[in-house]
Write a protein that binds this ligand. Structure first.
Ligand SMILES: [Zn+2]
Length: 132
């Protein structure tokens, strides 16, 4: 058999299609080979440093994830509230004119507590709230 086989492969580094001489070739060029090798080294270093950080904190990985603080906005502005309720800003302004509509005024800014608005709308318009 001839050794002039052509194996079309995709470079694992730059995703270029190239003709490989052996089935073991993973990169299109020496440059990609070297770059991939370097980035692998870098990844290893990052992983190692992550590992060291975790060990320094003396926490198993699952605890680190559990203690991650998720910041979620509880108050939103008029625009965001209109989007949340799926109404136009004009409709919303009509709604919030009502005295009972829960509003928060911080300086000149008008803010709304998502939960308070949902509670208000639910009780006023008797919308069935489906728990997610
Ligand atoms: Zn390449």
């Amino acid at each position: 058999m001839s050794s002039n086989i052509e194996i079309k492969r995709i470079c694992e580094h730059c995703s270029n299609v190239f003709v490989a001489r052996t089935t073991k070739t993973r990169y299109c060029s020496h440059i990609c080979n070297r770059r991939a090798y370097k980035s692998q080294l870098k990844q290893d270093k990052i992983q190692q440093s992550d590992q060291e950080t975790l060990q320094a904190m003396q926490l198993p990985q699952s605890d680190v994830v559990a203690t991650t603080v998720v910041i979620q906005k509880e108050t939103i502005n008029v625009k965001e509230l209109a989007v949340m309720l799926g109404v136009s800003e004009r409709t919303l302004f009509r709604l919030i004119k009502e005295e009972q509509f829960p509003k928060i005024k911080v300086g000149r800014r008008l803010l709304f507590s998502k939960q308070m608005v949902i509670d208000f709308i639910t009780s006023k318009y008797k919308i069935q709230c489906v728990a997610s």
